[in-house]
Design a protein around this ligand. Structure first.
Ligand code: NAD
Ligand code: TDX
Length: 339
């Protein structure tokens, strides 16, 4: 089987490639990635030495590049991780999110139509459902929850999901979509909450918590997400959406305090900064469908996963330090300088 993994040099995509190599060593993997600020070939070092992994640098919105890739590599399955993924950046520059997340998805879908595939799998997000109130812990996102987006990022991901479903209905393209809650684990870019807090705490720098730190996210260890995507793209029903989450809800403040405890650093590092505009209050996934249909269950509890993650960041300092020393530093100063 030939599997085209777009965005494979990013956080979840790189973890997914390692998961595939372990679980399906006979399959051939072609990684298409534009290597934006978030793409990092260092994350794929071990994978790229495998004979069944090919890397192609290119943009999913570049039709010529995508068509050539289909002609050369004849993928059976296309799994689309490539995206602009950071909510704060989408508030600064929505246009890029529309270009990559919507137009890019459309170009890939056209490639699938033109050349034929057995499955196009779209890696989606729970953010398309908007948010839930903090005081209604009985409520969860199901696949029937209406789309109700808050940020340019989530709006672009929702538009992409709708396009994917439109290609299924109109052109019978064999698609599936998964919508996952917040991931964490190795190779997570240090602009996102957990790696940002770990890397800053290791430098004894202040930890910028938005608002009062009360917002709740439903955390899933990245390997559990990779296992779920693998099941859906191979065995999930065509035309269906599957929610993925492990019932690990934590407030941001709880997460930051857990990290500080793990690192034996003082809580005085916590600094409350101006809230994110439009900040979603609470995400919480109901994963009943993927469990009942495909038998998926997460293997890693939050307590275990956060320990593993903190250890990984301590042991792989050069991976994130080189990011912090580069262009990213200007972004951090711009984002947090006047907050
Ligand atoms: P990431 O930002 O770490 O990685 C994105 C990757 O896509 C990078 O390697 C980047 O270079 C590449 N890319 C960006 N634009 C591209 C383009 N035009 N053409 C080709 N490659 C391009 O993101 P991530 O956190 O790994 O997220 C992967 C996917 O999972 C995204 O679609 C995201 O919406 C979704 N998702 C993420 C989470 C999460 O918690 N991180 C949760 C649910 C869903
Ligand atoms: O400095 C920070 N301080 C802070 O309090 C940052 C970067 C974040 N936060 C808060 C905002 C959120 O409530 O932490 C929470 C998590 O923030 P992010 O790591 O930016 O993630 P989020 O906005 O929840 O989106 C993530 O999960 C869903 C991914 O980035 C998306 O790609 C995915 O779809």
């Amino acid at each position: 089987m030939n599997i085209l993994v777009t965005g494979g040099a990013g956080f979840i995509g790189s973890n997914f490639i390692y998961y595939q190599l372990e679980k399906h060593p006979k399959d051939k993997i072609i990684c298409l990635d534009a290597l934006t600020y978030a793409g990092n070939l260092d994350s794929l070092k071990r994978a790229l030495s495998e004979p069944n992994v090919t890397f192609v640098k290119g943009d999913i919105a570049d039709r010529q590049c995508v068509n050539t890739l289909f002609e050369n590599h004849k993928p059976d399955i296309v799994v689309n991780f490539a995206a602009e993924s950071h909510v704060d950046r989408s508030i600064e520059n929505p246009q890029l999110f529309l270009q990559t997340n919507i137009m890019g998805t459309q170009v890939l879908l056209d490639g699938c139509r033109k050349y034929g595939i057995t499955r196009f799998h779209q890696v989606g997000t729970d953010e398309v459902y908007g948010d839930l109130p903090l005081d209604r812990t009985d409520l969860f996102f199901t696949e029937q929850t209406p789309i109700h987006t808050s940020s340019p990022y989530s709006a672009s991901k929702a538009a992409a999901d709708l396009l994917v479903l439109a290609y299924y209905r109109t052109f019978k393209t064999p698609v599936s979509i998964s919508r996952c809650s917040n991931n964490y684990g190795p190779y997570h870019f240090p602009e996102k909450l957990i790696p940002l807090m770990i890397s800053r705490a290791l430098h004894d720098q202040s930890l910028p918590v938005y608002g009062k730190g009360e917002n709740v996210r439903d955390w899933l260890y990245v390997k559990d997400h990779c296992a779920a995507i693998d099941l859906v793209m191979r065995h999930g029903r065509v035309g269906e959406v599957y929610n993925i989450g492990g019932h690990n809800e934590r407030s941001n403040l709880e997460v930051v305090k857990t990290i500080l405890k793990e690192l034996d650093k003082p809580q005085s590092l916590i600094t409350y900064v101006t809230d994110r505009p439009g900040h979603d209050l609470r995400y919480a996934i109901d994963p009943t469908k993927i469990h009942d249909e495909l038998g998926w269950l997460p293997e890693t509890s939050f307590d275990e996963g956060i320990k593993k993650t903190v250890r990984w960041y301590k042991e792989n300092r050069s991976w994130w330090q080189s990011i912090l020393d580069g262009e990213y530093r200007n972004y951090y100063d711009k984002m947090y300088g006047d907050r």
